[in-house]
Every structure is written in C-alpha cells, then in structure tokens.
Ligand binder design. Structure first.
Ligand code: SF4
Ligand code: FES
Length: 249
C-alpha cells in the first residue's frame, strides 16, 4: 500500500518544528508501524535527507521506549498496544497519517518525535525502589502476601514508563504513572518501611516538574498500553492523605 505521512520535524528543543509530508511507498500490511518508518527513513537517507528521529528499543511492547502520537492518539488506534506493536494492516492504501511527538511541557522535544522523559526518571529516583534489606529469594517466600494483593501490585508494576498517560491528559498530568509506581511498592510488605517517604517524596517531585494536575478525565487510562487503571490514582490520593496528615488507609 502507499500512504501519505505528515510527520513533525524539529531539529532541536530550541528550534521551531513543523509538519513535513512524505510518501510511504510499497508498505506491506504485515510490517509494524516502526518498520514502516524504517522504510521511509531508508528512502530519506538514500536521497541525502535527515532520517526521522524516533525512540525505540525492544519493539515488543515491554521496554517503554517508543512513543508518538498517531492521528491524535498516543501509541495509535489500538487499545492497550504500544506503537511498536501497532501493525500496518490497520491502514489501507491511500490513507493519510499524522505523526507527532508527545505534547507536554514536561517532555521537551529533543528532535522530531523524540522527547526528554527524564522527568519520569526523577520521580522514580525519589522512591521507586526498596532500600530496606529484603533478604534473598527464599526469604521473600517466607513473607506471606495475599494473592489478591500480589496481583494488584503486579497490575501496577506493569507500567513501562512510556509517558502516554501524560501525552493523553489535557492537563499533562503524571498522576497515573506516579500512582502505578507508588502502588506497586506500597501494596507489598517489603515496601511498607518506606511507604510514607515514598509517596510524599514522589508526589513532591512530580509537582516540581512541569506536569499538570489530575482532574479525572480518564484519558490516561484509555491511552495506557498496559491498561493501568485510574483506581491507582485513588490509591495514590489515599496514600498521600494518610502520609501527609496521618490516619489509616
Ligand atoms: S501508566 Fe501506562 S501510559 Fe503511563 S507511563 Fe505507565 S505504561 Fe505508560
Ligand atoms: S520499543 Fe519497547 S515498548 Fe515499544
């Protein structure tokens, strides 16, 4: 199939960007979306133009590196699917596709479709870990964890840190991401020694970055490729309240 792409091109954070149109020719329906971009880039390089810069690594939906807005939707049209797992059978000959980077002040564009997501790393650095000694693997098995609690923690741990939730949110809020990181550890007994400092420090860091506030639109959950539930935002608010003013969860 042949497609027309309108791609955001921007040389650096300090320069203005604009959409540039390209023809993507002889695209196989079995290609992934990123493979289609690879084909376009090979043609650009062949003609001496700069290839379109985009982030990618595993191309299996597990690392969280890829991310772009496709026809207005972070990661494209497929639910709970990263853009690296989106396939060209979604499209038909003659389609036009608009491709742009995550749009958020907290994610400045580095080049083309690549944005700086280090704000998310700085939130994780404030508490997304366990520093208490948890022993070795056999010791972990000696700490009873109810199955429902372990499963809920694992649901939160599915967050791959892609930032689509921020890109989808009209406020560019990072609440879904932060809530997943807090819930993953605060739900487990191994996370309890740092439960209070974790939620206070991670929320403080989130607020010091250029993210907006959550106003319950729910666009984050819809865009999330891992189906992280907004229920975790409710959990984060409860954890924060308990940590800030005391009381029981
Ligand atoms: S909550 Fe979902 S959309 Fe947000 S960073 Fe994690 S995996 Fe990506
Ligand atoms: S490249 Fe790893 S999730 Fe897409």
């Amino acid at each position: 199939m042949n497609l027309t792409l309108h791609v955001w091109r921007q040389k650096s954070a300090g320069e203005s960007g604009r959409f540039v149109s390209y023809e993507a020719r002889d695209i196989d329906a079995h290609m992934s979306f990123l493979e289609m971009l690879d084909v376009v880039n090979e043609e650009l390089e062949r003609t001496g133009e700069d290839p379109i810069a985009f982030d990618h690594d595993c191309r299996e939906g597990i690392c969280g590196t890829c991310g772009m807005v496709v026809n207005g939707r972070p990661h494209g049209p497929w639910e709970q699917t990263t853009v690296c797992q989106l396939h060209m059978r979604q499209y038909k000959d003659g389609d036009e596709i608009w491709i742009e980077p995550w749009r958020a002040s907290a994610f400045p564009v580095i080049r083309d479709l690549v944005v700086d997501r280090s704000a998310l790393d700085r939130i994780v650095a404030k508490g997304g870990f366990i520093s208490a000694r948890t022993g070795s693997a056999p010791d972990a098995n000696s700490i009873p964890v109810p199955k429902s609690t372990a499963e809920r923690s694992m649901d939160a741990a599915e967050c791959i840190g892609c930032g689509a939730c921020v890109a989808a949110c009209p406020n560019a809020s990072a609440m879904l991401f932060t809530s997943a990181k807090v819930a993953h550890l605060n739900l487990l007994p191994q996370g309890l020694p740092e439960r209070t400092s974790r939620v206070l420090d991670m929320v403080l860091q989130m607020e010091s970055e250029a993210f907006g506030s959550c106003t319950n639109h729910g666009a984050c959950e819809t865009a999330c490729p891992k189906g992280i539930s907004v229920d975790f935002i409710a959990l984060l608010n409860r954890e924060y309240l308990v940590a800030a003013v005391g009381g029981s969860a």
